[in-house]
Design a protein around this ligand. Sequence first.
Ligand code: ZN
Length: 220
Amino acid sequence: MTKVIRGIYRISPALITFAAHYILMKLEERLAARSENKCELCGSGGKLNVYEVPPQTGGYDDNNILICDKCLAQIDKKEELDNKHWSVLTTSMWSEIPGVQVVSWRMLNRLKNEAWAADSLDMMYLDDERLEWAKKSGDHENDASVDLHKDAFGALLLNGDTVILTKSLDVKGSTLNAKVGTVIKNIHLVKDNTEQIEGRIEGQMIVVLTKYVRRQAPKE
Ligand SMILES: [Zn+2]
């Protein structure tokens, strides 16, 4: 036993990093071959990402799919759902790849207010095990709405953005100077509340309502 432990101990961290990298590379290569370098949901080429269909325990090919930036952003709820884009689900739902089936099912559920998506769901068959996996994300209980933080003019806000106050704020119990035009850098989106962001004014962390800010476009 001691011998075995010593043996493991002797593997250098660099080697482990290399091994992990190698395994990951192999996975990406296998997925690229499987998908013929196309998004496994919408079929588009270009930059592709390995998406680990959650929840999962191991790096099995069946649990991973190769998808484009657009599919990824909308699956991750970082972009609003584009119904037209997802009409591809009527094809991907018939894929033999379990990860593709599960994600297709989840996305069809998020779009189920659309007649075509509801019809597709009626036709789709997942065995018990896959259905259980598919339900674990909770997406089937949600509608197409995506909780996004938006500024006063409807522009999407992201963590790290810079915003400008569109209204002078009266910060209770403080002498803070938060006049119109005050710049707040490196904002943080308040989780579970799309109407609030956090940021520092004169070094003080305060919560600001998104309806009182305008996003400043990053400098080119
Ligand atoms: Zn795609």
